[in-house]
Design a protein around this ligand. Structure first.
Ligand SMILES: NC(=O)C1=CN([C@@H]2O[C@H](COP(=O)(O)OP(=O)(O)OC[C@H]3O[C@@H](n4cnc5c(N)ncnc54)[C@H](O)[C@@H]3O)[C@@H](O)[C@H]2O)[C@@H](O)CC1
Ligand SMILES: [K+]
Length: 495
């Protein structure tokens, strides 16, 4: 599913109206009707107050209020602007609302406060700049009330794109996003304003979306993961599922090697070989007897031979040897290369060589590692995640997995696939190592790198969600729990 900015959403609407010939007023009727149905279905018969702004978001509000009242709901409608400021499609639906025998008043704090549910149709994708009066004061009043706030399309004041949230924005409990998910839903802190969110479909023609949305930002969904899941045929042998090499761990950091390797083994890699410090062979064998071992001091040339995928980085330490090994792999190894953690330092000097490589390169930085790569701060990276991950992916000609809530997978062609699984249980040491092992194994099993990477990222988060839904607190989820539960989540996806 494509993810859009406000401008892109407007272009879709315009195409649907001008080129396909669907009247905008019908789209608004659909939006309001579907939103009202959702409210009736999920919130039961409670007292509702619909707050209406001057734009088309407010137009949706008139339709919602009409449908709820036709279904005998107790509804009050408060309009924020003067009546003659309501124009176009919104005015059309205001007139239908009035002609149907329903009424509204100007905004009144007491009326809003007396409702169980506030339906927020004040501001949508059309906002510009800081929020002006009287909206900002109204948001302040609503914030102090304890009724449930359901925003339509966007929590009022929150932009649809990646730009910063204005000082005043409404904190919603639920948001019914119209048509297509908006970029800000996958951007922090904007995401927090949405509360629980859901996309509602209003009959936008697929053609209008395909013809207008050029940015290629998409959500990688459960269905995408399921539909691209590779079959494991009965007559396959261990070589059919990818020969994976992992270069990880050091005398002081054996855990990283164990986690990355076990994750690869559990993710279905045909053969997994770990290249690590000889001193930690014992602990690796105890935890992952399935992997074969390669002593770091031996010749790297024999390690790379025959491998479909090599992942390097977790627990190596930032040192000359790590950098030299990464450089060697970029230049000499002809298979798919995954670079994570300590392997990511000084990557900039290898830009031209990475660009020249035939086989894919994947990097999986967290915001701090990305900041180091582009000489910036994690704060800046977080504010511009979409732009930065795309730029780096295209500049180096590689796949970038920018980790964090809603991990992004950017491709060398400039597409971005957003992940929407996972929880705070993943914000812990070790979970990145597990992801690296999973990505490496998935790359060995899929033909198409983006599908492999996005599916690995999806399953990593989905497994954390699965554990937490089983009643285990996110604080206690460990990286090893993720690996142990892959057997269950793989089973769920496959069936
Ligand atoms: N045909 C369409 O275009 C459809 C539009 N829909 C709805 O229309 C919305 C977009 O409509 P609009 O483009 O009219 O935008 P809005 O409904 O967001 O309203 C924009 C208006 O808000 C005011 N405003 C803007 N910035 C402000 C600020 N910083 N402080 C205070 N007031 C400000 C201005 O008066 C501006 O005219 C969508 O979010 C969606 O809810 C849906 O009904 C589907 C169909
Ligand atoms: K809104």
């Amino acid at each position: 599913m494509k993810v859009v900015t406000g401008e892109e959403m407007k272009a879709v609407d315009r195409y649907a109206i001008e080129k396909i010939g669907i009247d905008g007023r019908i789209l608004m009727e659909n939006a309001g009707r579907v939103a009202a149905k959702n409210i009736m279905k999920n919130f039961g018969r409670q007292k509702v107050c619909v707050l209406i702004g001057s734009g088309n978001n407010g137009g949706d509000g008139f339709v919602i209020a009409k449908v709820l009242q036709e279904n005998d709901y107790d509804v009050s409608v408060c309009v924020i602007p003067e009546r003659d400021e309501i124009k176009g499609d919104a005015e059309y639906h205001m007139n239908i609302y009035l002609n149907s025998g329903f009424s509204f008043t100007q905004y009144d704090q007491d009326v809003a406060e007396s409702a169980d549910i506030i339906v927020d149709t004040m501001l949508g994708t059309g906002i510009k700049g800081e929020i002006r009066s009287p909206y900002k004061e109204i948001f302040g009043e609503l914030d102090k009330m304890d009724n449930t706030i359901i925003s339509v399309d966007l929590p009022s004041g929150v932009p649809a794109d990646e730009s910063p949230v204005p000082e005043h924005a409404l904190q919603a409990d639920y948001t019914l996003i119209i048509g297509l998910p908006k970029l800000s839903y996958y951007t922090y802190p904007a995401r927090k304003y949405y509360g629980e969110a859901k996309v509602i479909h209003i009959g936008l023609p697929k053609k209008a979306i395909d013809e207008t949305v050029q940015s290629n930002i998409m959500l990688w969904s459960h269905e995408d993961t399921k539909n691209h899941w590779p079959a494991r045929v009965d007559d396959s042998h261990k070589g059919s599922h990818g020969k994976v090499g992992i270069i990880a761990g050091s005398a002081g950091m054996p855990g990283a090697a164990v986690l990355t390797t076990s994750a690869a083994v559990r993710s279905g890699a045909g053969l997994t070989q770990l290249n690590t410090h000889g001193n930690i062979f014992g602990s690796v064998v105890n935890h992952v007897p399935e992997a074969t071992l390669f002593d770091r001091k031996d010749d790297l040339e024999s390690f790379i031979e025959g491998k479909d995928v090599i992942a390097i980085g977790p627990g190596l330490g930032v040192n000359g040897e790590t950098s030299r090994t990464v450089e060697y792999l970029v230049n000499e190894y002809e298979g798919t290369l995954v670079i994570d953690a300590d392997g990511l330092t000084r990557l900039e000097q290898l830009k031209m060589q990475i660009k020249k490589r035939q086989a894919p390169v994947v990097i999986s930085p967290h915001p701090g590692e990305m900041a180091r790569l582009i000489d910036s701060s994690s704060g800046e990276v977080n504010k511009n995640r979409f732009r930065i991950s795309r730029e780096i992916a295209m500049e180096y000609g590689m796949h970038v997995v920018l980790k964090g809530p809603n991990t992004l997978v950017a491709t060398p062609e400039g597409e971005i696939f957003i992940n929407d699984t996972g929880n705070a249980g993943l914000a812990k040491g070790g979970s990145g190592d597990v992801l690296t092992g999973m990505i490496a194994a998935f790359l060995g099993r899929y033909d198409q790198p983006q599908q492999a990477i996005s599916s690995a990222v999806y399953m990593h988060g989905f497994t954390a969600d699965y554990i937490s839904e089983a009643g285990i607190g996110v604080e206690t989820i460990t990286a090893s729990d993720l690996i142990d539960n892959l057997r269950h989540t793989f089973h769920l996806i496959r069936n």
